[in-house]
Design a protein around this ligand. Structure first.
Ligand code: COS
Length: 405
């Protein structure tokens, strides 16, 4: 069993993130949600205090935090406002494949860009006709000399309107199914890139979600990530690393809903006593508390596995599946505890219920997570990965061994 005692540094990070969530996010969250406005000011403040790009290694200007620390931060951010939080964390999703598959030059240029100044990046995988079925994508990249020419359209792209660069997945060998996909870094100001549409969403309305089109966009060959036709694997490895963060954010949403509901149940009087005195309400509160704690345990477990340099596909999907389904259940129950008031926008929990829904959809639906889990437990397989995390874990182990000699 993993030891989940947080280090002093992790406790400080949690305090920093919580205080930011409380002072900079909560007071404006409902306003941004109402109008669906872009939380530029909050994001810039988050960048200033070091709550963005937390996984970027020190060599490229970031703090190089471990995954557990990232999850500790993301739970607090989700507690503050998951709409703003999704925009705040999107650089992590876009930059993970660069960290895993970019050349030294690419990492210096594009990861460095995010840490030198307030810049945004987006992960472009999903297409109008290819969501869960990643390998069914139509975007095409054709090699012409020392460049690739990209054509296609990507939808549901977080921060798409404001991104400075994109990680774009495209078919380089359309006959080869998932073995014919590649990933590229594309500058947002490349000729032929257009931002087509900002979505008007049910929840997480402060985050920007757009459709991006690529029309004969020329991408230098050195912007290819990993090797040609290894894009599917790179996407799966990326999602293994980012789903714990999504699970942490979902845990934060659930915790917020649980806290609001518990507090309200002590104030609201029906049948002559606070409703918290009624067993029907107590059982709901008890289940909420259990789901929040269980979601956090699964989430931290999936993060620690990565920090130890192990493939975490199973745990990552378990955490994402459980935490996001729990967020939906807990927020729905919070509305129930509030009764009719829960349905009114003036009260906080209806936003949380709307925000929770996307957690079961983005970065792989709950059904896709179950497919991954079933495959991992029924058909365990070896996927060879010499990842940066595995190398770092090995280096840490040798350092520890040397220190104990
Ligand atoms: N790490 C590294 N490699 C992986 C991997 C992982 N976690 N999971 C799969 N792979 C590799 C496999 O080794 C296999 O490689 P080869 O065939 O080249 O040897 C290949 O990828 C295909 O794997 P698999 O057969 O398991 O893929 P499936 O087509 O059965 O399943 C799903 C793919 C459905 C799981 C995948 O398409 C998916 O995750 N879809 C959801 C996408 C998503 O999250 N979208 C949201 C967009 S981001 S907002």
């Amino acid at each position: 069993m993993v030891d989940f005692t947080l280090t002093d540094e992790q406790k400080d990070l949690r305090e920093l993130a919580h205080s930011f969530a409380e002072k900079e996010m909560r007071p404006v969250a409902w306003e941004y949600d109402k109008d669906g406005t872009w939380p530029d000011e909050v994001l810039r403040k988050a960048w200033d205090v070091g709550l963005m790009n937390t996984h970027v290694p020190e060599a490229y200007g970031g703090p190089g935090l471990d995954y557990l620390s990232g999850c500790v931060i993301e739970e607090e951010i989700g507690w503050g406002c998951s709409g703003i939080g999704t925009s705040l964390m999107a650089n992590g999703l876009a930059s993970a494949p660069v960290g895993l598959g970019g050349s030294e030059e690419t990492k210096k240029k594009y990861l460095g860009m995010l840490t030198e100044d307030f810049k945004l990046a987006s992960f472009c995988l999903t297409e109008p006709d290819a969501g869960s079925d990643v390998a069914g994508m139509k975007t095409r990249a054709v090699k012409q000399g020392d460049k690739y020419v990209l054509n296609g359209s990507k939808c549901f792209i977080t921060n798409g309107t404001y991104a400075d660069w994109f990680t774009v997945y495209a078919k380089t060998d359309p006959e080869a199914g998932h073995r014919g996909m590649s990933a590229f870094v594309v500058d947002a100001d490349s000729p032929g890139v257009t931002v087509d549409k900002k979505e008007d969403k049910m929840g997480q309305r402060a985050s920007n979600t757009a459709t991006i089109s690529f029309n004969d966009v020329e991408v230098p060959a050195e912007n290819l990530l990993a090797e040609e036709n290894k894009g599917f694997k790179l996407a799966m490895m990326t999602l293994d690393r980012t789903r714990p963060g999504v699970a942490a954010m979902a845990t934060g949403i659930a915790r917020a809903a649980f806290e609001f509901a518990a507090e309200y149940s002590k104030e609201r009087v029906q049948f002559g006593v606070p409703i918290a005195m009624h067993q029907a309400i107590q059982f709901m509160i008890a289940d909420m508390a259990t789901k929040v704690d269980a979601a956090r345990l699964l989430t931290w477990n999936s993060a620690v596995q990565l920090d130890q340099g192990q493939r975490n596909t199973l745990r990552s999907s378990e955490a994402k599946r459980f935490a996001s389904d729990s967020a939906m259940e807990v927020t729905t129950d919070a509305v129930q505890v509030y009764g009719g008031y829960g349905f009114i926008k003036e009260y906080p929990v209806e936003k949380l219920m709307r925000d929770a829904k996307i957690m079961q959809l983005y970065e792989g639906t709950s059904q896709i997570q179950r497919l991954v889990i079933a495959k991992e437990v029924l058909l365990p397989r070896n996927i060879d990965e010499v990842t940066p995390e595995a190398k770092a874990a090995e280096a840490a182990q040798s350092e520890q061994a040397a220190a104990t000699v």
